[in-house]
Design a protein around this ligand. Structure first.
Ligand code: MTE
Length: 307
């Protein structure tokens, strides 16, 4: 994610990745030359877990090191390596998640207890608005399993999510870079879709702090910023709720945020993406490759206007 511009002109300028990519290129070149005994990709394959529901076809997994070392989590800073480096003080357990608002049975969920249950394992493509993407093996449960337990009323039309507010443990929250706490929202039918997932783990381990411990959202057909981390409250509401990036830069980040190669971001094209670890860019697919499953949710909408 990027703080709105003012003077920057292109994604190359605003994504200071040169160092990162140079290092990765070196690693891959070294691996190809047989200089690195266990290339990162091989490591990922070694960690590939059996029995996962695979929503990414035969695409290679992004290595653990990248999934947990290159993050967006502004509560811990704006740099991609800040979350891994600055989140050690964060205490993800014990943790309760409240589900309230337009529901018949408000719930207080003990997330520690959820973690103790058998979790569903799913591999999803994940794409950030900044045009990088990865393939991640998550563990968790469909959001709709929790929402159904709370029994939404007939008035519930949207779902509002909120991240924990703990400035003492989250240095970014001691700055005014965003309006805290981080907030996101979905339409109820999006939230109830079978692809929408609450992740509690990655690569078979509980979520590291930098990935949104202990519980975060994954909406695989939308840009990564919808996938809100460290959630403490889920509220069912009647009106479209305010969301962090939409409030921060409404021209750049809409409420829907469906991955859409046909709608340029005001400062860059959305037509291609770089899978972390790859050298070449690849075309971006509508709805991040999940069009068959989700395009029906948006029938009749002008997705250029409702971006
Ligand atoms: N959730 C919170 N609370 N704060 C954030 O800054 N960043 C979002 C999303 N969820 C963010 C957040 C963005 S921009 C992205 S791309 C994804 O988290 C990144 O998830 P990852 O670090 O696990 O890849």
């Amino acid at each position: 994610m990027i703080i709105p511009p003012r003077k920057l002109a292109s994604s190359q300028d605003v994504t200071p990745e040169t160092l990162f990519w140079n290092r990765r290129r070196l690693i891959r070149a070294a691996a190809a030359a047989g200089l690195v005994p266990l290339a990162e990709r091989a490591q990922a394959d070694a960690l590939r877990l059996a029995g996962k529901a695979n929503f990414a076809g035969d695409e290679e997994l992004t290595p653990w090191k990248t999934v947990t070392g290159y993050n967006n989590f502004y509560e811990f800073g704006t740099g991609k390596e800040d979350p891994a480096e600055r989140s050690a003080q964060f205490r993800p357990l014990p943790w309760t998640l409240t589900i309230d608002g337009e529901v018949h049975k408000p719930q207080t969920v003990d997330v520690g207890a959820l973690l103790a249950r058998p979790l569903e394992q799913r591999i999803y493509r994940f794409r950030c608005v900044e045009a990088w993407s990865m393939v991640v093996p998550w563990d968790g449960l469909p959001l709709r399993d929790l929402l159904k337990r709370a029994e939404p009323t007939a008035h519930a039309r949207y779902v509002a999510f909120e991240t924990v507010l703990r400035p003492e443990e989250m240095p970014g929250q001691r700055t005014g870079i965003l309006d805290w706490p981080y907030r996101e929202g979905l339409r109820l039918d999006e939230a109830m879709h079978e692809l929408t997932f609450l992740a509690l783990g990655v690569y078979g381990k509980p979520l590291p702090n930098q990935n949104g411990a202990p519980i975060r959202l994954v909406v695989p057909w939308k840009y990564g910023f919808k996938s809100i981390k460290s959630i403490v409250r889920i509220r069912l509401v009647r009106e479209q709720p305010p969301t962090t990036w939409n409030m921060r830069a409404p021209r750049e980040y809409g409420f829907y945020a469906n991955v859409n190669p046909d709608v340029d971001h005001p400062r860059w094209s959305q037509k291609t993406e770089r899978r972390l670890g790859d050298f070449f860019r690849r075309p971006t697919l509508p709805f991040n490759g999940y069009a068959e499953q989700v395009a029906g949710l948006y029938k009749g909408m002008d997705l250029r206007k409702q971006f």
